[in-house]
Design a protein around this ligand. Structure first.
Ligand code: KG4
Ligand code: ZN
Length: 337
C-alpha cells in the first residue's frame, strides 16, 4: 500500500481524538478535549477520562468521517494508540479501533504514542522521517531519541524525575494558575523578564543527556514566600527560561554527539513559543535542520498516530487483533512485542 487511507484513534490520556491520514497528508484531525472535566481536580482523573472517552468516541468517529466526506469502505487500515498511557483510557480507543477493523475487514495497527510524537515533526517533510535526534517533551515524558530510521529508535536520554510538561503544570499551580499550566506560563512569560530570578539548571556536561526538573520546581517553591507584589510574570518567564535552556542545550549536544544534521521537536511542550524560538535560533547557529511539530499537532492528537501507522504499514508492520494495551510501553518496542 503506497498511499493508504488510515483512520486513527488516540485515547491514551485526556484527549479523545480521531483523524484521517492519506499517505503523508492529513485529511482531518478532530480532538474532543477533556480539559474542562479535569480542571477542577488540577490533573487528569483516570476513571473520569475513560468514561468520557466512551461517551465521545462514537460521535467523534461519525463527525470525522462526515467532515472529510469519506465512506467507511474507503478506509484501508485502522490504527489506535496501544500505549503508553492510562490503561482504561487506552482500552477504549483500542477496542473501538479493533471493532472497526473487524467490521470493515481491514488491517489493524497498534501504535506507540511516543512514536506518534517522535515522528510528528516530519508530517510535512517531503522525505518523511529521516535520521535525526528527536526531543519529545510532553506532560508525561521528556526523551531524547536517536531516530535511525522508522522503527529503529535509540534512547539517548530521559528525565530522571518530572517530565518538562509536569514541571510546567506544577509550577503553574504554585503560582496560582489554572491547569494545564504550560500554556498559561507561556502566555504570562511573554510579559515577564526571564533574567529577573536566577533559577537552577540541572545539566552536568559531557555526554550526560539525562534531564531533571524537580530541583527547579523546589527552587520555585522556596523562592515564592520571599516574593510579593507583581512577581508572577517575571517568575513564569524565569522558570520557562531555565527549562528551555536545558532542553535546547542538551538537544544540540546530543545532535553533535551522534553526528545528526537534523533535529525533531515534538510533544505538548513543543508548543511553547520560547522553546520554538530558541530552538530555531540555536539550530540555525549550529547549521542543524530543525523540524518542529506543527503547533496544532503538538498536544495529543490522532493525526500523529495515523502518520506513524502509515510509516509502519509501508514497512508491512501490521498487528494481529490480539495486540494489547500496555500502559508503560517503551518507545523501543513498536510492534507486538
Ligand atoms: O503531549 P501532551 O498533550 O500529553 C502527553 O502526552 O503528556 O502534553 C501535555 C503537556 C502538558 O503538561 C501541558 O502543560 C504542556 O504539554 N503544554 C505546554 C504548552 N502547551 C501545552 N507547556 C509549555 N508551553 C506550552 N505552550
Ligand atoms: Zn502525548
Amino acid at each position: 500500500m503506497s498511499r493508504p487511507l488510515i483512520l486513527a484513534i488516540e485515547t491514551s490520556c485526556d484527549e479523545t481524538a480521531v483523524a484521517l491520514v492519506h499517505g503523508n497528508d492529513l485529511v482531518t484531525s478532530e480532538v474532543a478535549s477533556q480539559t474542562a472535566l479535569h480542571q477542577p481536580f488540577g490533573g487528569v482523573v483516570p476513571e473520569a477520562a475513560s468514561r468520557s472517552h466512551l461517551a465521545k468516541i462514537k460521535p467523534l468517529l461519525d463527525r470525522t468521517l462526515a467532515t472529510a466526506g469519506v465512506a467507511p469502505g474507503a478506509i484501508d487500515a485502522v490504527a489506535a494508540t496501544r500505549g503508553p498511557g492510562l490503561l482504561t483510557a487506552l482500552l477504549v480507543g483500542l477496542a473501538a479501533g479493533k471493532g472497526l477493523a473487524i467490521g470493515l475487514n481491514r488491517p489493524f495497527i497498534g501504535v506507540n504514542h511516543l512514536e506518534g510524537h517522535l515522528l510528528s515533526p516530519f508530517f510535512d517533510a517531503a522525505a518523511g522521517p529521516v535520521r535525526s535526534v528527536g526531543l519529545v517533551v510532553s506532560g508525561g515524558h521528556t526523551l531524547l531519541v536517536l531516530l535511525e530510521k522508522v522503527g529503529d529508535y535509540r534512547l539517548v536520554g530521559r528525565t530522571v524525575d518530572d517530565a518538562a510538561g509536569e514541571a510546567f503544570d506544577k509550577v503553574a499551580r504554585l503560582i496560582g494558575l489554572p491547569y494545564p499550566g504550560g500554556p498559561e506560563i507561556d502566555r504570562l512569560a511573554r510579559k515577564g523578564d526571564p533574567t529577573r530570578y536566577r533559577l537552577p539548571r540541572s545539566m552536568p556536561g559531557g555526554s550526560n543527556f539525562q534531564f531533571s526538573f524537580s530541583g527547579l520546581k523546589t527552587a520555585v517553591r522556596y523562592l515564592l514566600p520571599q516574593l510579593s507584589g507583581d512577581f508572577q510574570a517575571d517568575l513564569a518567564a524565569s522558570f520557562q527560561e531555565a527549562v528551555v535552556d536545558v532542553l535546547v542545550r542538551k538537544t544540540l549536544a546530543a545532535a553533535r554527539a551522534h553526528n545528526c544534521e537534523v533535529v525533531g521537536v515534538s510533544g505538548g511542550v513543543s508548543c511553547n513559543s520560547r522553546l520554538r524560538d530558541r530552538m530555531e535560533k540555536a539550530c540555525a547557529a549550529a547549521g542543524v535542520t530543525l523540524n518542529l511539530a506543527r503547533t496544532d499537532l503538538t498536544t495529543d492528537n490522532a493525526a500523529m498516530i495515523g502518520f506513524a501507522a502509515v510509516q509502519r504499514l509501508q514497512q508491512g508492520l501490521i498487528d494481529d487483533l490480539g495486540v494489547d494495551a500496555d500502559p508503560s510501553l517503551p518507545l523501543t518496542v513498536t510492534g507486538n512485542g
